[in-house]
Structures are given as C-alpha cells and as structure tokens.
Design a protein around this ligand. Structure first.
Ligand code: SF4
Length: 467
C-alpha cells in the first residue's frame, strides 16, 4: 500500500503514541517498540510521516513522496531533488530524515566538540567583501579593486608575537588542542611572514594549526607568483596541519561576484581544496547562506562539495551557517537582483523581505522594485538547510551545528536535524562578533546542552578522533 494511503488510515492516537515512543527513544536510549529503522540504510516511510503529521494528515506531493522513497532506501538524491525537498517538504519531515541518517552514521549517541581558539593574525584586508564587518582597509588603499571607497584605516592590526604566544598559552591551559588561524588579505604580508608565523608556533607549542582558508591561500599564491600546489606545500612544510573551509560563502560565481567580487572564484576555492587533499591535508567545508542567493545556489554549492568529496574524501566535516547582516555593507547595499531567479522556480524570495532595488529582466517574477535591507535568515531556514545538508551530503561523516551564529538553543535543536558536532568552544571569536553576534558558550555549557538533549558530549581533535 502506498505510504500516503497508509498514512490516512492511521488513527490520531496511535500516531501520537508512536511519537511519544520516539521521544522516549531520545531520552532513555532504549530502542522503542516498532523501531523506526528496519535496518541500516532503510527508513520506514510511514514512521516519518507519522512523526510529522500529528492531527490533520498533510499529504505529500508526488514529487516529495518519490524523493522520500529514495532517501529511505539510502539512495543519493540529485540537486533537483534536494530543491524539491527544500521547497515542498515539511520541516519535521526533513528533521526526521536527517536524524535517521545521522543515527545510521553515528549510532553511539555521541556529540563532539573541539576546544580551540580563533586567532585572526590580521584584520587588514583588501578584499572588501560586502558581508564582512571584520576587515579594515589597508593603509595604502582608500579604494578597493572595484574603485569603491572603503572604511577607516584606523583599527588595522597585525598580531604581535607576544600576543600570539599569550593566546596559544591560554588555549593550551584551557585544554585546547588546536588554533584556527585566519586573517585578511593584507598586502604588507608576504609568504615569508606566513612561513615565519607557522614555524614560530610549531617551535614553541604542541598544537594543531588549522589555518588559512582557500581565499587566503589563493591570494598568497597569486601574490607570490607561485602555483597553488607549491604554495600549499610550502605552508605544510612550515607547520600547517589542516585547512578551514572558510571563504566558500556560496560556490556560484554569479553570487560571489555580487557579495565578494575580489575574492577567489568558486573554481579556485575548489582547486585549493582538491590540491590540499592531494597533499594529504584534510579540510572542512562551509557554506554561508541567507543573503542574496536563491535555493538553487544552495544546491549547486552542496553538489560541488559532494562531487569533490567523491574524488578526494578529504573533507572532515560540513558547516553551514547564516549571514549575519549587522554592520555589513551588504545589509544596506542595493543589489541588482535580476539574476536571482534565473534558474529557480521558486518565486517566493523568503530570504529577502520587503522592498529591494531591482533591475528585473523577468517581469513575471514577483519582485519589488524599491530598495531595502536583507534580513537575517530565520531559525527555520537554518534548520531546513542543515537537515538537507545531512541528507544530501551522503559522503560526509560530520555535520556541525553553528552556535556562534544561531545561539545555544537553536544549536541544541540542530542536534535533531542531522548535526553530530557542536564545533568549537571558541575561546576567542572576532569575525562574527564584528557583525553584532556575540553568543559565548564555555565548554561546561556546551556539555550541558548536549547532555540535556539526550546525548553524550565528547571532546575531539581536528580529525574528529575522540580525546
Ligand atoms: S571575509 Fe575575509 S576576505 Fe572578505 S573582507 Fe572579510 S577578512 Fe577580507
């Protein structure tokens, strides 16, 4: 019998009790009667529907039901099918599918976290990304490469050795195992600076250096007139241990050209990562969404990441987070949105509200023609994308919740939407804080959030090994 018909026959009370059973499963770690999982790789479709449709049964569309069938059989879904789920599937259906997938990969009910510190070695940057509230323009520059006048040069810095030493000592004293070393594209820093920085850290501390995202490496290679491969080799030989997935934003150039026109292209970002993986440097992958992209861009991004992971297996984790608009130029800049809906059927531009400056070549599209701000993506938007990341990225072991951008309660909720990792304790964080978001979570609080969600907290290292 088709799942949809079966769903309609289930009595409300029976479904309610099954949900209570499911909730009990979460808290006492016992397998419920009528287990939701038949065997690894197969999820019972009716159980998913049951837990979503308490009360009035909301039938799925045929397309959604077909994609659920594929997911329930453990089959890979396409970007188009991901888009169908994004646009049409109920939120709790996505949660349940992602949760089941997560438990298949991580049945041990452990949620991991890493103790580390973000160290930003310089805030001077000539990229001038419209979404960034962190950077300061180089002293010699009053305009970016596009000719736009940029902000004050007063607060630019390059970290001193004393400050660096103090920050790493504090990290180690707090049980930290790694530092996340990232900075702006500072034209006054050359390759020798980076080599010296890495060698200094390695000579003085036993700590993992997770450093230099693809835009920094791409910039450094160009500045040094070196191939990407040689640049990464030099950094690795100097002490670099792994590469963070920052600077990916949305890996579609039509979006990147609008929000970060001076940064590496999507192809260059992927090239840096593929080369690093070839050189046996692991990395993470990220996505910053909730700005001017459309849902189709999100799935193009996920598709590119998944394809690269198929080739190299070098990504340790995927970390999606949402754009934080405060203090950024993007929140107030007029964006020509004529490209937004070109390849997407969804005309409900829910990430952008109200009025926006538009030069719309598609008069059929229901876009306003005035100016407005981009607002923050909602928790629901974040959780939909998080759950679909877990479902779509079937070759990623680890999906990270972002408490830094979402806060503690949504991060805790994210543990039921496919996330199996709480990220870093972030003894120090500057970039998101510059955008007015200053959630702080000490290790003790991260442990409490994990435990109260019914999981076991465990510290891990950069490679997701438990320590
Ligand atoms: S996001 Fe990075 S590259 Fe872009 S302006 Fe900020 S520091 Fe520079």
């Amino acid at each position: 019998m088709p799942a949809l018909s079966r769903l309609k026959e289930i009595h409300f009370t029976e479904r309610f009790m099954q949900n209570i059973d499911g909730l009990r499963h979460r808290t006492d770690n016992t397998k419920p009667s009528g287990s939701k999982i038949n065997h690894v790789g197969e999820v019972r479709l009716d159980s998913i529907a049951d837990s979503v449709n308490i009360g009035e049964a909301q039938p799925y569309t045929t397309k959604v039901e077909e994609v659920i069938q594929k997911i329930s059989k453990g089959e890979r879904i396409s970007a188009e099918e991901g888009l169908v789920m994004y646009n049409e599937a109920p939120l709790l259906t996505l949660a349940n599918l992602a949760d089941q997938r997560r438990f298949q990969l991580h049945p041990e009910r452990i949620i991991t976290f890493v103790v580390d510190r973000n160290i930003n070695y310089t805030n001077v940057c000539m990229s001038g990304c419209l979404f960034c509230a962190f950077y300061k323009v180089p002293k010699a520059e009053s305009k970016d490469r596009q000719g736009y006048t940029q902000r004050s040069v007063e607060q630019g810095y390059v970290i001193s050795k004393d400050s660096l030493r103090q920050k790493i000592e504090e990290t180690i004293d707090l049980g930290g195992t790694q530092i996340l070393l990232q900075g702006g594209m500072n034209p006054e820093l050359d390759l020798d600076y980076y080599i010296d920085l890495l060698k200094y850290i390695k000579a003085n501390f036993e700590i993992h250096i997770h450093g230099f995202s693809p835009p920094e490496i791409s910039w450094l290679a160009e500045k040094s007139s070196l191939p990407i491969k040689e640049t990464i080799s030099i950094l690795k030989n100097a002490g670099l241990d792994s590469i963070p997935g920052g600077g990916a934003e949305i890996l579609c150039n039509e979006v990147r050209e609008k929000v970060s026109p001076n940064k590496c292209t999507a192809r260059q970002w992927l090239e840096v990562m593929e080369t690093a993986h070839e050189l046996e440097l692991k990395s993470s992958a990220t996505m910053m969404f909730g700005h001017i992209e459309s849902p189709v861009h999100i799935f193009e991004h996920l598709d590119k990441i998944r394809s690269l992971q198929d080739r190299t297996g070098g990504f340790t984790a995927f970390i999606p987070w949402t754009f934080q608009p405060d203090n950024t130029r993007l929140s107030t800049t007029k964006i020509e949105r004529d490209f937004i809906n070109i390849s997407c059927d969804n005309t409900d531009n829910h990430l952008i509200t109200g009025e926006i400056e538009v030069t719309d070549k598609n008069p059929d599209k229901n876009l306003s023609t005035k100016k407005n701000k981009i607002r923050k993506a909602s928790a629901v938007e974040y959780l939909r994308v998080l759950a679909l990341s877990r479902i779509f990225l079937d070759n990623f072991d680890n999906i990270q919740a972002s408490w830094v951008t979402q806060g503690d309660k949504i991060a805790q909720t994210a543990l039921f939407y496919g996330a199996n990792d709480m990220g870093s304790t972030m003894i120090e964080e500057n970039v998101v804080a510059s955008a007015g978001v200053d959630f702080m979570l000490p290790e003790k609080e991260i442990r409490r959030l994990i435990e109260e969600a019914g999981f076991k907290p465990r510290q891990r290292n950069c490679f997701y090994n438990l320590i």
